[in-house]
Design a protein around this ligand. Structure first.
Ligand code: NI
Length: 183
């Protein structure tokens, strides 16, 4: 059993969130450990998805669990995920752990086919719709430095300006030890 740790969530304003993460060449214990820590962090913060840059690692790893309260439901770990195809269109409300307090409607394709590696390094291909398709697209975008606010209209971003600035300020304080470890 791997020991798991809750990592610090990087907030909007941290440069790592805007980086394009390089692909992982080999899935090793380091990637497996990071994925487990990401899951632990995601559950601790009550999120349904998390990408490695959100915990400070510019690596192409995402974790998702859209049913965190169902112990029989297996979480999804994907390494180097790519979207093979997208179809349809749907508007759904989204949040992001790097943007505490912000929830907004975002229009995205309704269905996706995604390919990636699981934690053993095996290729997996998944077809999803609904909340899972939504989470996959949101998390995969994080790996290219794309954030959900990039989908907002200019007006919406303007309306959220103060809230976004507050999150940035909080992020600035984290680096100086302004926030204690979340454990
Ligand atoms: Ni996010």
């Amino acid at each position: 059993m791997i020991e798991m740790a809750v990592l610090e969530i990087r907030l909007y304003g941290d440069n790592v969130l805007r980086e394009c993460a390089p692909p992982i060449e080999k899935v090793t214990d380091a990637e497996r450990q990071l994925a487990q820590d990401m899951l632990e962090t995601m559950y601790a913060y009550r999120g349904v998805g998390l990408a490695a840059p959100q915990v400070g690692f510019s690596k192409r790893i995402i974790v998702i669990d859209i049913e965190p309260d169902d112990d029989s439901h297996k979480p999804t770990i994907l390494i180097n995920p790519i979207i093979l195809s997208q179809d349809g269109e749907v508007v759904l409300e989204e949040g992001c752990l790097s943007f505490p307090g912000i929830r907004e409607e975002v229009k995205r394709p309704a269905e996706v086919v995604v390919e990636g590696l699981d934690e053993t390094g095996r290729i997996v291909k998944i077809e999803e719709e609904g909340l899972m398709a939504r989470a996959l697209q949101h998390e995969i975008e994080h790996l290219d430095g794309i954030l959900f606010i990039d989908h907002f209209s200019r007006l919406k971003r303007k309306l959220l300006k103060n809230q976004l600035n507050k999150i940035k300020q909080k992020e600035g304080q984290n680096g100086k030890g302004g926030r204690g470890d979340f454990k």
